[in-house]
Design a protein around this ligand. Structure first.
Ligand code: ADP
Ligand code: ASP
Ligand code: MG
Length: 421
């Protein structure tokens, strides 16, 4: 007998037929004698719809009320799944975020979980009752509802798994695992049987939305065993091959056993959620760059890629950087309001950009990964507007219209394409 947390995403919960399919899968696991908690997302498209209502109600909506509205999608699906399970003869009940409770810090729309009350949850699970928990939501110290940021149900699931010391956290979604790149963009993407926490964390943080970044960080920190699986396969079939997230040592051991070489690049991700800002003719003197980025930092705006051009006359320089697209207007407002202090000429923005990243631990010990990337894109006439690197990642900023092409040619260039069937 094992203790298992099962998480089902939006597509898996979209409509009663799919919820019945989810319930059948949960029932199958319960019948094997396991203790089960289920974490669910809102139906696909529902959170977007609710966010749309908030924007319509007021462009500068109150974040506390935003959380009240957007958390409702998961309340609906958790109730529906509990009902469906009961109708199938499986003991179940829903536990809303405030009921367990799932406590979070004070940060509406992007709260972190601080701790989870497990007393009632463990008692329910031990008695054989399935605990159905809405993902994405929590409660703050003042009793108000909070949400965890888009894609946050993954983090809810991992946090519940850590709290109840689950043997496994199975993340069921609309693809059957983590691929070398988004399989909806590259038909020849390959499924990875194993991926390390570190590489998954990097892939998620640069746009592979199959898992929320925080969920991977939390799983790594807490040692939660995470598996990504399809919810569309036969619900009664056991041991479906998905992707298991493992430690570096586990991966090395498996490669040795199979006498396989490690791939230089593990995966490629793209992100269309950034926007580029160019601040022109900034004085080239100490403190100038700080005067641009300090106000952004104070406003909690995350700056990602940064380039500062060499100034020709050593007097003025252009500073280029990216911010989340959602923060573009606010960033420009902030900088314009400090135009005199910073002393720039003008601000140029471009929201039609995409960041393409290649990720792989192999690049620690191999030179030439970045050069291959630049040459491959150059050969296709794709212009690079900004570059950033980390120990296991190279990212470039390009025109949004060239996203699919860039991902496809890089996938081929790094030898990641699946063999033609
Ligand atoms: P859920 O609603 O189940 O949380 P998401 O839409 O958040 O599902 O995440 C699954 C989607 O992630 C897939 O449909 C796929 O298009 C996308 N995706 C992006 N990168 C990858 C990748 N490397 N491997 C698998 N899926 C990926
Ligand atoms: N429903 C939320 C969203 O769409 C959370 C999730 O599905 O993970 O972002
Ligand atoms: Mg998701």
């Amino acid at each position: 007998m094992a203790r298992i947390v099962m998480k089902f995403g939006g597509t898996s919960m979209a409509g009663m037929e799919r919820i019945r399919n989810v319930a059948a899968r949960v029932k199958h696991v319960v019948e094997q004698g396991h203790e089960v908690a289920v974490v669910v997302s809102a139906m696909a498209g529902e959170t977007d719809r609710l966010v749309g209502f908030c924007k319509e109600a007021s462009p500068l909506y109150d974040p506390a009320e935003y959380d009240v509205v957007v958390a409702s999608g998961e309340q609906v699906t958790s109730g529906l799944l509990a009902m469906t399970l009961k109708a199938m003869g499986v003991e179940a009940r829903s536990w809303l975020g405030w009921q367990l409770p799932i406590r979070t810090e004070e940060a509406h729309a992007k709260a972190r979980i601080t701790d989870i009350g497990t007393l009632d949850l463990m008692a329910a699970m031990r008695s054989g009752q399935v605990a159905v928990i809405p993902g994405f939501q929590g409660v703050m110290a003042d009793g108000r509802i909070s949400t965890l940021g888009r894609g946050g149900s993954d983090t809810s699931a991992v946090a519940v798994a850590a709290a109840v010391k689950a043997d496994r956290c199975d993340i069921y979604t609309d693809v059957d695992g983590v691929y070398t790149t988004d399989p909806r963009i590259v038909a020849r993407a390959r499924k990875l049987n194993l991926v390390t926490y570190e590489e998954m964390l990097e892939l998620a943080s640069v746009g592979a939305k199959v898992l929320q970044t925080r969920s991977v960080g939390l799983a790594m920190k807490e040692g939660v065993v995470v598996q990504v699986l399809s919810s569309f396969d036969d619900p009664t079939q056991d041991d479906l091959p998905g992707t298991l997230i493992v430690s570096e040592e586990e991966l090395e051991a498996k490669l040795k056993e199979d006498q396989m070489e490690r791939q230089l690049i593990t995966g490629i991700a793209h992100d269309k959620n950034e926007a580029k800002i160019i601040v022109t003719r900034v004085p080239d003197k100490p403190g100038a760059v700080a005067s641009i980025f300090s106000p952004l930092a104070e406003a909690s705006i995350n700056v990602d890629m940064i380039i500062q051009n060499d100034s020709k006359e050593k007097e003025e320089t252009d500073v280029t950087f990216t911010v989340p697209r959602a923060d573009l207007a606010r960033s420009v407002d902030l900088l314009e309001s400090r135009k005199d202090q910073i002393g720039f000429r003008r601000i140029i923005t471009d929201a039609e950009v995409a960041k393409i990243s290649v990720v792989g631990v192999g690049m620690r010990s191999h030179a030439g990964v970045a050069a291959t990337m630049f040459k491959t894109l150059g050969d296709r006439g794709i212009n690079i507007e900004a570059i950033s690197t980390s120990e296991i990642k190279v990212s470039v900023l390009i025109d949004e219209d060239e996203t699919e092409l860039a991902v496809r040619v890089l996938h081929t260039a790094y030898g990641l394409d699946a063999p033609v069937a």
